[in-house]
Every structure is written in C-alpha cells, then in structure tokens.
Ligand binder design. Structure first.
Ligand code: NAP
Ligand code: ZN
Ligand code: ZN
Length: 364
C-alpha cells in the first residue's frame, strides 16, 4: 500500500503496511484489537518490533478523552522497548537486531530554540507525540505502542542499557524521564529533603531516582498497603496523607515536592510541606483544576511549578544513569487482553508499580 504526502520538495509516495494493534474507537468503549497503518521506513527511520509496552495513566486519560482532544481510533502506549527489524538507508545509530526504545515523542520541529537546547518536549511548533498527535507522514493521528511495531525517525529512538531487564526498562521511557527531569532541574541531591506524592508508576520511579541522586525521600501515600514497599523502594519516611497528624510532621521542612497524583487532591496540603523558597512540581495531570490558596505560597516564598517528560538527550541520560545504577521499574506483566482490567485497577491506585504489556500476547 501507499500514501501520498505533500512536502516542500513536492509530492512523495510513502509505502505503508497494516499491522495489529489494541485501541479504542470512543471514550466510553473498551480497548479492543484493531488494525492500523504504519509507514514503511523512510531513509532516516527505524522500524521496531515492540516487545514490551508500559501502561501509563496518561494512556487511560487519553483513551477516555479526560483531557479532551482525543482523536479516535486511539492506540495508546509510550513506554516502548523492542527490537530493530529494519532501518532506512541513512540510519547510522541503529542496525537490525539492536534493542531500542521509544518514549512519549516521535518528532519535533528541530529548529526552534527549545529543540536546539534539547528541550523538544517544549517545542514551539508543538512536538509529535507518540500517540494522538498529527502524523506528518500519513496525515491521520499517530498510534502508540499497544501495537506490533512502530516506525520512528532515529533522532527520536533511544538506546537501551544492556544490563537492564528489558520489560522493566519500558517504564523508564515515560515514568522514569518524567520524574528524572524535574529532579534534575530542581537540583535534587545530597542535603535535600524531597517529598514524592502518589506511589504509582511515576511516584515509585521518583523515589528510586531521588534516592539514587542522594536526597532524603519522604513518600506521601493514600495507601496503607504501600508503606512497606515505599521503604523498600528507598523512602526514608512514609506519611499516610489521609492522617492529619502524620501530615503535620513535615510542614515547612521540604526543599522540593514532586506531585505525581492522577486524580483530584488538595494541592495546598503539599505546598505547605515546603520550606522557604521550596518548589512543588506537578507532574500528575488530573482531569479537573486544582485550587491553590494564596497563603499556601506567599508566606514562605514558595513556587508552584509543572514539568512534562524530558528531551531526547535527557531521556538517553536517564537510561544511561539507570544502567549505571541498576535501576528499573517494579512491574506486573500483563497480556494485552487484560488492558481494560488494568485501567480499572489504575483508577483504584491498585498498581505495584507499573503494568507492562507483553506484546507477544497481541499475536494470540
Ligand atoms: P498511577 O500509576 O495510576 O499512579 C497515580 C497514583 O496517585 C496512585 O497510585 C495513588 O498513589 C495516587 N492517587 C490516585 N488517586 C488518588 C486520589 N484520589 N487522591 C490521592 N492520591 C491518589 O499513574 P501514573 O502513570 O504514575 O501517572 C500519574 C499522573 O501523572 C497521571 O495523571 C498521568 O497522566 C500524569 N503523567 C504526566 C506526565 C507529564 O509529562 N507531566 C507524564 C506521565 C504521566 P497512592 O496509592 O500512593 O496514594
Ligand atoms: Zn506516560
Ligand atoms: Zn521545536
């Protein structure tokens, strides 16, 4: 099959093929098997057979149109690891048989100041996300990693450290980089007291990474059942956030708080944990706005910030750091046919600590 694409140089024909994927046709429908069209590799592309794909809460928000703007059919998945099965004739970084990874972005303008600075996640033209973005090649939307294979420009394909378990590496591509980037940006390290709120996929990576950077880590969780795990993952202290007495303990004491909660919660109680000049970075992206009281910020000159994923080079830094430190996610492997049940469990906070899909199950 072929698709015709208009470019600055004229009209180009791109070869395509249909592959199996798992996705949804509407916000209120379950995910099911469907077929999608992928381009065959153009000169700078790498074709990857997907072996494992992590399940991010953003997949659920998007599949159910909770952030609005979902284009259907929607095939989520942006924590992708697999094997290179073919490469375009200008590809230099990868060869057939290599392991490779793809995260949340598959392209950006590559020309704006942010792209030149390695901040493609903040591209002025808008980057191309791995799913639910306009596909520059085939015209429709991009489709993510709940699929047999993906074709990505090598500039957005990452190398996987050889010593790490492949399935448990997949969550580094979103949960890992989304927590690593703000921890680096806000100079988390020795001598810093850091709060991590919400012990899900992102939160548990935040704990491991902040600890590896040398910080003192305090976890805030709603789940009694996660207290022991939090300590095993590296937390120095664990606070049950629904216990008002426990919540008093760190008021005014933390240098930095990373908030990775997926649902509506009271942000003010966490701003209040910050010292003078402390910052809270929101990475969790709940559907509804979170009210902030002026007096949660003013008295201590506190900052309330946000952060999204990380750039390509920074994602490679994270993967290399995890290789050196032997850090991977704690995962529960599922078959693709169990994805709808996994989404329900995410909504209950019942995940320890990342579902990863064994993509071989798509062939069943
Ligand atoms: P997840 O695995 O479902 O974890 C979310 C955690 O939040 C839960 O495990 C739970 O932890 C806590 N939580 C859930 N409901 C809560 C409630 N009502 N009140 C208080 N705490 C609650 O999700 P995830 O994949 O880590 O993603 C977390 C959020 O980050 C999502 O909104 C996702 O879309 C967003 N995200 C943002 C970016 C970015 O670039 N900024 C990237 C990826 C994901 P406890 O049981 O410990 O309380
Ligand atoms: Zn994600
Ligand atoms: Zn750009």
């Amino acid at each position: 099959m072929e698709a015709v694409r208009a470019t600055a140089e004229g009209v180009t024909t791109i070869k395509t093929k249909d592959i199996r994927a798992f996705g949804t046709e509407a916000a209120d429908e379950l995910l099911n098997q469907l077929n999608i069209r992928r381009r065959k590799p153009t000169p700078h592309d790498v074709e990857i057979e997907i072996l494992y794909c992590g399940v991010c809460h953003s997949d659920l928000h998007t599949a159910r149109n909770e952030w609005h703007g979902t284009i259907y059919p929607c095939v989520p998945g942006h924590e992708i690891v697999g094997k290179v099965v073919s490469v375009g004739n200008h590809v230099t970084k990868f060869k057939v048989g290599d392991f490779a990874a793809v995260g949340c972005m598959v392209d950006s303008c590559r020309e704006c100041d942010y792209c030149k600075d390695g901040l493609e996640q903040y591209c002025e033209q808008g980057n191309t996300l791995t799913y639910n973005s306009a596909d520059k090649y085939l015209g429709a939307q991009t489709y993510g990693g709940y699929s047999e294979s993906i074709v990505v420009d090598e500039a957005f394909v990452l190398r996987v450290p050889e010593n790490l378990d492949l399935a448990a590496t997949a969550p580094l591509l979103c949960a890992g980089i989304t927590t690593y980037s703000p921890l680096k940006h806000w100079n988390v390290g020795p001598g810093k007291k850091v709060g991590v709120v919400g012990l899900g996929g992102l939160g548990h990576m935040g704990v491991k990474l902040a600890k590896a950077m040398g910080a003192e880590v305090i976890v805030f969780t709603t789940s009694q059942s996660k207290v022991e795990d939090a300590k095993r993952l590296g937390a120095d202290e664990v606070v049950l956030s629904r216990d008002e007495n426990q919540m008093q303990r760190y008021i005014g004491k933390l240098h930095f708080v990373l908030d990775a909660v997926s649902a509506t919660h009271d942000i003010n109680t966490y701003l209040n944990q910050l010292r003078v000049d402390g910052s809270l970075a929101l990475v969790g992206a709940p559907e509804h706005p979170l009210p902030v009281a002026a007096f949660s910020l003013i008295p201590y000159r506190r900052s309330f910030a946000g952060s999204t994923i990380g750039g390509v080079a920074e994602t490679q830094d994270l993967l290399d750091f995890c290789g050196e430190q032997n850090i991977v996610a704690d995962i529960e492997m599922i078959n693709i046919q169990e994805i709808n049940e996994a989404y329900e469990r995410l909504l209950k906070g019942d995940v320890k600590y990342r579902f990863v899909i064994d993509m071989a199950s798509l062939k069943k």
